[in-house]
Design a protein around this ligand. Structure first.
Ligand code: BGC
Length: 396
């Protein structure tokens, strides 16, 4: 273990010792917090000489295919780098995620990789971790309202929305058509900071057409909150769109597009359209992630596109970054040059302000997938495979 690593650990132990003696200024608000804090401090003492590198990976839920894959990729990549890994899933519950992180601290974590259930709910536990010298990477979703987060690794979230909006413009021929087209919005979870970026990217792209009257929103629901989907739930997305279809699209009235922020909401939209849409056209439905169920829907025409994000790239960057920061460095642009990755990655120090600081970010490039390029981009590259019975699975 390097001196850079030992020093903050010692400082952390001193602060914790003071807190436990009641001499510190940190508030312990309830009994549970007291119970959890004590073992964390005790195990932190062992961090100095145990010679291990422990990485805690806290994922939001198992409901979405992508977080399962992220968890596996991250775990394997960190293990290859000789780290011990503690991986947990929070069932989309804030309290569970806080308890998971406390357990990681207690197990001697040197690094936390966290995808927040609620971007603004983790400050106290992460500040505790940071004061002990534990490094923190916000994975995919920015962690808000705290100085404790060291870095952010994600895809270019604004670009995701731009790709969805641009697809709608080209598919509906908005640049050339004089006939107004109709659209509805199904956006993401309001406590996930990414959802705002996706929304802004799509809205900034579509706004000129909405303002000029080429694109109409018959439900009048186009704001972020009124179109949001709690927990990115397929069921909630489906119910909301069914209500919209039954209220604003009676008797064959035409809906041209549903801009869905991701694949779980797109599944809900496809189900709502199958159940309650009375028009005769094929409605454009956007998505994001490339979940297998949605790949089938793109092939059968019930979803028009998805924005694909190669999760393995995200874990490769996270592991390289994690290794660098736990050995005491402060990586920047040069990490990208040194690593020689065969994919695009940019270093951003301006756009991801979490309310307390601009978090240095490594951003990857998402790509739009449609029925036209799915074979070339996803199957020919071996990212997805069809087995001998024709079933599709994600291979990488
Ligand atoms: C991720 C998306 C995902 C969504 C729902 C977002 O933060 O960037 O890839 O679809 O969460 O879990």
């Amino acid at each position: 273990m390097t001196m850079e690593k030992i020093r903050p650990a010692i400082i952390g132990i001193l602060i914790f010792a003071l807190m436990i003696c009641g001499c510190g200024s940190a508030k312990v608000t309830d009994k549970d917090d007291e119970k959890e804090a004590a073992p964390a401090a005790a195990v932190a003492a062992q961090r100095i000489d145990d010679g291990r590198t422990v990485v805690g990976i806290s994922m939001p839920d198992r409901l979405l295919e992508r977080w399962n894959r992220d968890g596996i990729f991250l775990k394997n990549e960190f293990k290859k780098a000789d780290c011990e890994v503690v991986l947990s899933y929070a069932n989309n519950l804030i309290d569970t995620q806080i308890a998971d992180i406390r357990e990681m601290i207690a197990k001697g974590a040197d690094l936390l990789v966290v995808t927040a259930v609620d971007g603004a709910a983790l400050s106290p536990v992460l500040e505790e971790a940071s004061s002990m010298g534990i490094k923190i990477i916000a994975y995919d979703r920015l962690i808000m309202e705290t100085d404790a987060v060291d870095y952010y690794v994600s895809f270019d979230n604004y670009k995701v929305g731009v790709l969805q909006g641009s697809y709608v413009i080209s598919k509906l021929g908005l640049k050339t058509s004089d006939k107004p087209k109709t659209i509805e919005f199904v956006t993401g979870d309001p406590v996930d900071n990414n959802a705002r970026f996706f929304y802004r990217g799509a809205m900034d792209t579509l706004k000129p057409y909405i303002e000029s009257g080429k694109l109409i929103v018959p439900s009048s629901q186009s704001g972020f909150y009124e179109t949001s989907t709690a927990q990115w739930s397929t069921d909630i997305a489906q119910q909301r769109l069914q209500i919209i279809l039954n209220s604003y699209y009676p008797n064959g009235a035409q809906l041209d597009a549903v801009l869905c922020a991701n694949d779980s909401t797109a599944l809900g939209a496809a189900r709502a359209l199958a159940a309650d849409y009375t028009g005769r056209n094929n409605v454009v439905v956007t998505g994001q992630d490339g979940d297998v169920a949605n790949i089938y829907n793109i092939l059968n025409g019930s979803q028009s596109m998805t924005v694909y994000k190669q999760l393995k790239q995200e874990s490769v960057v996270t592991v390289a970054l994690g290794k660098d920061i736990i050995s005491g460095n402060s990586p920047s642009e040069s990490l990208i040059e040194q690593s020689g990755w065969d994919f695009e990655c940019s270093f951003n120090t301006t756009d991801y302000n979490n309310g307390k600081k601009v978090v240095p970010s490594y951003l990857l490039r998402p790509i739009a997938i449609t029925a036209d390029n799915i074979q070339k981009e996803l199957f020919d590259t071996g990212l997805y495979v069809r087995n001998s019975s024709g079933l599709i699975y994600a291979a990488k």
